[in-house]
Design a protein around this ligand. Structure first.
Ligand code: URA
Length: 235
């Protein structure tokens, strides 16, 4: 964005109306980069200039949307499906356009973030930022500690060695339950990792994405992230 008239900027930040902003400027209550500005036509650069009203810095109102959804099984993680299957967007009745951050398989349930903040979305899924995603996997068969160690140090999936994972055995038995945290996001990665150590995943649920968890959500429900959740995620 280029330059903008000071009173318009103040209004856009949600401080007050444009007319009231003009009054504030005339009264000397507005500073730009620490200097009182009383001329109404003054242009500022919203990306560079620091504007304060009554000695308090003001910020543009974010119109970005951040949502967490408890995705049920049986939904595709796309905006539109070529086979007309139900999509995660069908579960969220808002008018703004939002996009899923990464993907959960059709048969995977759990935490999915959605946003219109493309920049943050890219960071959250790019492996170089090492944002861990945690999954609870139900597996066929009793998993050995040897297999768990292999998962921790990395396994080969289609000639690709996975990065070290955090792995906890939650329950041993005919069906084992394992918690696994990874920061990569290859297609069907968790299922393939367990396949690589000889265990089929029969049920998969994502419980954590970075600093966000499923707290307060029932399957199929969604919420806007709180200010605190957004702040933590952006850090
Ligand atoms: N890994 C998988 O195998 N499936 C998912 O849905 C997510 C991660």
């Amino acid at each position: 964005m280029g330059e903008e008239r000071l009173q318009k900027y103040i209004a856009r930040c949600g401080v007050t109306s444009r007319r009231k902003a003009e009054e504030l400027i005339l009264k000397g209550n507005v500073k730009v980069n620490g200097k009182i500005i009383k001329e109404l036509g003054t242009k500022i650069n919203p990306e560079k200039d620091i504007v304060s009203v009554n000695n308090k810095r003001i910020f543009e109102k974010a119109n970005n949307i951040y949502i967490k959804l408890y995705k049920p099984e049986g939904y595709v993680t796309t905006v539109k499906d070529q086979f007309n299957r139900k999509t995660v967007i069908d579960l969220i009745n808002i008018k703004e356009r939002i996009y899923p951050v990464g993907r959960l398989d059709y048969n995977t349930s759990g935490l999915l973030l959605l946003t219109n903040d493309g920049e943050l979305a890219n960071k959250l899924i790019h492996p170089s930022y090492q944002i861990y995603k945690t999954y609870e996997a139900h597996l066929k068969g009793n998993i050995s500690s040897y297999a768990i160690d292999k998962l921790r140090s990395g396994v080969l999936i289609e000639n690709y060695k996975t990065a070290p994972a955090k792995v906890n055995l939650l329950k041993a038995g005919k069906v084992s339950i394992v918690e696994i945290s990874i920061y990569e996001g290859k297609n069907r990665q968790v299922r393939k990792m367990f396949d690589a150590v000889g265990h089929k995943v029969v049920k998969l649920k994502r419980t954590v994405f970075g600093t966000i968890n499923l707290k307060g959500l029932e399957k199929g429900q969604w919420k806007y992230l709180s200010e605190d959740e957004i702040k933590l995620l952006k850090r």
